[in-house]
Write a protein that binds this ligand. Structure first.
Ligand code: NAD
Ligand code: GLY
Length: 360
């Protein structure tokens, strides 16, 4: 088991990564001082795969538990579902001190995290991420949100969990498309911060996709430690943390325009491609590094083209994105492998040109 600390001015916490961790949840919770009532928020699929056993173990250890289910899918990361969850929490007489266990992928983590942050002004949150994407990214750093009025993550709050437990065994049941999806964020860490890690991913892509436990633990840990180190320096995304949004300016627009039919990782992949090309056209990124980034994205099985999406609509959605400074869209541009720069001077004409180039 590996442990990584997210050091913050207040509310520092630990990420634990390993095999068989979910079996230890009751004793870990008791160790944190929790002992009576708790709520597990999950969806029916993850609930049947992991929630029932987790629940049985918790009951055996003396906890009074309730499993609260939300339908599966990005469309349910909504205020409406948050409203249902508040009602269910009230029905089970949850209190401000009742821990909420967010069990599932990034959708569940964002929604349950938002509910934990706002229910009675904040209940303790424990993330139990079960997708690659959630283990390497969304469960860390305290961003919680729901989509609203067709806009991605429009309503949200920073709210740090008390603990993140990433049991890599759960990844074995993940459909291949969701493994691929998570790889987009894994590649992101290589590009923004760590050339050696980028090369490691390039060399071991096939084995990573097969999810051999030791290797996955290593990959998840490296991603978590990069994210923990960035979040520790800029918890509220006021500067440095923006670099974690590499690929997300175009990515979020793609998700919105596709009406959330594109998965987050796929959208980020095409966004990372667009940002690499933009950076190259602005004379910031060399042609060979641009090609290396695009090849890795492609070899991972991720999209580098907009396919059926209208570039004009993507451009319009970018202009509505919340990642702006002085009214200008913010782009994270690779400078070289392992280094990026935050830029709000990318001309709309260049973005338009690159979007039409990556439109098949
Ligand atoms: P997801 O949560 O929709 O999970 C993908 C699918 O896998 C779902 O059908 C889910 O039920 C299923 N699943 C989950 N665990 C499983 C398992 N172990 N075995 C089998 N199936 C399993 O998608 P995701 O890619 O995990 O997360 C995407 C979301 O994360 C987006 O909403 C995105 O905005 C958000 N996100 C948030 C942050 C953040 O910092 N908060 C960062 C990145 C992404
Ligand atoms: N996924 C971007 C962030 O956590 O800041």
């Amino acid at each position: 088991m590996r442990q990584i600390k997210v050091n913050l001015p207040q509310n520092s916490y630990e990420i634990q990564i390993g095999q068989g961790l979910f079996e230890q949840v009751p004793e870990i919770l008791i160790g944190l001082g929790f002992k009576s009532r708790l709520a597990i928020i999950t969806n029916p699929l993850v609930g049947s795969l992991y929630g029932d056993r987790l629940n049985a173990n918790l009951v055996k250890a003396g906890f009074q538990t309730a499993i609260l289910e939300v339908p599966d899918g990005e469309a349910y990361k909504s205020l409406e579902q948050a409203g249902h969850l508040y009602l269910q929490l009230s029905k089970i007489q949850a209190e401000r001190t009742t821990p909420i266990l967010a069990l599932g992928g990034g959708v569940m983590g964002d929604l349950a995290g938002f509910v934990a942050a706002t229910f009675m002004r904040g209940a303790p949150l424990i993330h139990l991420p079960t997708t690659l994407l959630a283990q390497v990214d969304s469960s860390i750093g305290g961003k919680t949100a729901v989509n609203h009025a067709g806009l991605k993550n429009q309503i949200g709050v920073f709210y740090q969990p008390r603990l993140v437990l990433a049991d890599v065994d759960t990844l074995r049941t993940l459909p291949e498309i969701d493994v691929t999806n998570g790889l987009a964020e894994v590649i992101k860490y290589g590009v923004i911060q760590d050339k050696v890690f980028f090369t490691r991913i390039e060399r071991s892509l096939a084995e990573i996709k097969l999810l051999s436990s030791g290797l996955v633990e290593e990959i998840v840990s490296r991603c978590c430690s990069i994210k923990a180190q960035i979040v520790s320096q800029d918890e509220k995304d006021l500067g440095l943390r923006n670099i974690l949004n590499y690929g997300h300016t175009v990515g979020h627009a793609v998700e919105t325009v596709s009406n959330f039919k594109w998965k987050h990782g796929q959208a980020v992949a095409v966004g990372m491609t667009a940002a690499a090309i933009i950076s190259n056209r602005m004379g910031i990124l060399s042609g060979s590094d641009m090609e290396a980034i695009i090849s890795l994205i492609k070899n991972a099985g991720l999209p580098v083209k907009l396919k059926d999406l209208d570039p004009a609509k993507v451009l319009q959605a970018i202009q509505h994105d919340k990642k702006k400074i002085g009214g200008q869209s913010l782009f994270i541009l690779p400078v070289s492998l392992g280094e990026v720069v935050i830029n709000n001077k990318v001309s709309l004409a260049l973005v338009e040109q690159v979007l039409s180039e990556i439109n098949e």
